[in-house]
Write a protein that binds this ligand. Structure first.
Ligand SMILES: NC(=O)C1=CN([C@@H]2O[C@H](COP(=O)(O)OP(=O)(O)OC[C@H]3O[C@@H](n4cnc5c(N)ncnc54)[C@H](OP(=O)(O)O)[C@@H]3O)[C@@H](O)[C@H]2O)C=CC1
Ligand SMILES: N[C@@H](CCC(=O)OP(=O)(O)O)C(=O)O
Length: 426
């Protein structure tokens, strides 16, 4: 009789090992004292500072490969590290160490007439799988926030940043080791093969939550394949609405900043909506300022009639995240039409109104269905650091569990601790 051979796909086997190690690490991290987690974060920061040459050498390899592939300048900038950026990453870890520890915090407590004492207490989620773009700082930010919140993580950074992420992960693991915590608390998927992402999405025993941070292709794959609960950190089709009661100076500054400060970030504005009653007065100046700043303006007929340098917008423009110096501009009939447009075409990420009318602003803040809604401020404030959260995993565009910037506290769940003295239920 011939023996039946069971072959395990090597990548599958490797991912399973990663998962088991993460699960074991999560059990230790969940109960680790705050001082030990903070010690690991500070030791990781020290390791980053002491290994700058290795990190920059790894980054240089990533950059060379990206140049050879003809990568766009904006993506190269996102990928590039220098001494200042590495220092910023190290400082970010120290900032996370300085934050309060969310774990063990009593969210609410009360006593029942029968004497049962009930407390709702913060606990970690467990093991978090994070899939993100080729931005090396996310490796440290995400690893640091997971560590602070008592979660183990499996990181799958963008392929272009593989070498840089590996060097940074080694520093995070050095920090964990120095503090006596399991190195498997923060692991990097050891391949750029996208098949590993597919495997992660099915690792229901060893991953509790998947955080996908990326664009359309990732969205489609996660939606089709994930068997694990997802906290979406997806595309940002962000809007600025300039209302009839807008202060023209604020409108100009906010629109320019929201679009042009950094065009490649998910919080960059992609569409400008302007109320019809002020279009003649304010739009020519806004359009001219954008074009002068190097932005391509795509407009509807009303906008095109105001400036012959405006390119015609097609219906697809209202649903497009350019991540580039391009903006679509539309004239709308008041706040209700603006809200309707944003809720239909936006991605529930970040949207802003410019107005001096408090009642209109309140309508916008209450009716626009996005994780972040702003009044008289730029959409580029969509950032955990800017919200005072130390760092961020990213901006949650979903509604379940967490919305908007996700920091350490958003990476937790809770449990009820019930203390009795022998009560039985009648
Ligand atoms: N909401 C938020 O917090 C943030 C959202 N973003 C969004 O991310 C997008 C820009 O980043 P971009 O570089 O284009 O991100 P991508 O979606 O191309 O890549 C992000 C990650 O997903 C992986 N990935 C993408 N498609 C697949 C697939 N089909 N199967 C497996 N893995 C996949 C990438 O791997 P690989 O490198 O191998 O391609 C990478 O690790 C924008 O839409 C932006 O708004 C960006 C930052 C924060
Ligand atoms: N939310 C942060 C990060 C944004 C970000 O990393 O975006 P991306 O350039 O798409 O990787 C910020 O606004 O700085």
């Amino acid at each position: 009789m011939t023996a039946v051979k069971h072959t395990v796909d090597p990548l599958q086997g490797e991912m399973q090992q990663l998962g088991s190690a993460a699960r074991a690490a999560a059990a230790v991290l969940a109960l680790a004292p705050t001082t030990q987690k903070n010690e690991a974060l500070r030791a990781a920061a020290a390791a980053l500072r002491s290994r700058v040459p290795e990190i920059l050498a790894a980054n240089a390899r990533d950059l060379a490969a990206a140049v050879a592939r003809g990568t766009a300048a904006s993506l190269m900038d996102r990928l590039k590290l220098d001494e200042t950026r590495v220092e910023g990453i190290a400082k970010g870890l120290e900032d996370v160490a300085d934050l309060p520890d969310p774990i063990g915090a009593v969210m609410a407590e009360w006593e029942r007439p029968n004497g049962l004492k009930i407390a709702r207490v913060r606990v970690p989620l467990g093991v978090i799988g994070i899939i993100y773009e080729s931005r090396p700082n996310v490796t440290a930010d995400a690893g640091g926030l997971c560590l602070k919140s008592g979660n183990a993580c499996i990181l799958r950074g963008g392929s272009d940043s593989f070498e840089s992420s590996r060097a940074i992960t080694a520093c995070m693991q050095a920090g964990l080791k120095a503090a006596g915590l399991p190195e498997a608390s923060i692991q990097l998927v050891p391949t750029t093969d996208r098949a590993a992402v597919g495997i992660m999405l099915t690792m229901t025993d060893d991953i509790d939550v998947i955080i996908p941070r990326g664009g359309k292709s990732l969205i489609q794959r996660v939606a089709a394949e994930s068997r694990i609960p997802v906290i979406k950190h997806l595309d940002g089709i962000c809007h600025v609405y300039v209302d009839a009661a807008a202060d023209p100076r604020k409108a100009r500054d906010i629109v320019l900043n929201a679009k042009m400060r950094r065009t490649s970030v998910c919080g960059a504005a992609e569409t400008l909506l302007v109320d019809r009653s002020i279009a003649q007065a304010q739009l020519p100046g806004l359009v001219e300022a954008l074009i002068e700043a190097g932005c391509e303006v795509r407009g509807d007929q009303t906008v095109r009639a105001l400036n012959d340098r405006v390119v015609p917008a097609t219906p697809a423009d209202w649903d497009t995240e350019y991540l580039d110096a391009i903006i679509s501009v539309r004239v709308v009939d008041g706040i209700d039409a603006a809200v309707e447009h944003i809720n239909r075409h936006g991605s529930h990420h970040t949207d802003s109104i410019v107005t001096e009318d408090a009642a209109t602003a309140e309508t916008f803040l209450n009716h626009v269905d996005s994780g972040i809604v702003l009044w008289n401020a730029s959409t580029q404030f969509a950032d955990g650091g800017e919200f005072g959260m130390g760092a961020e995993i990213g901006i949650s565009t979903g509604k379940l569990h967490a919305r908007g910037p996700v920091g350490a506290e958003q990476l937790t769940s809770y449990k009820y601790q019930v203390r009795g003295s022998g009560q039985i239920r009648p």
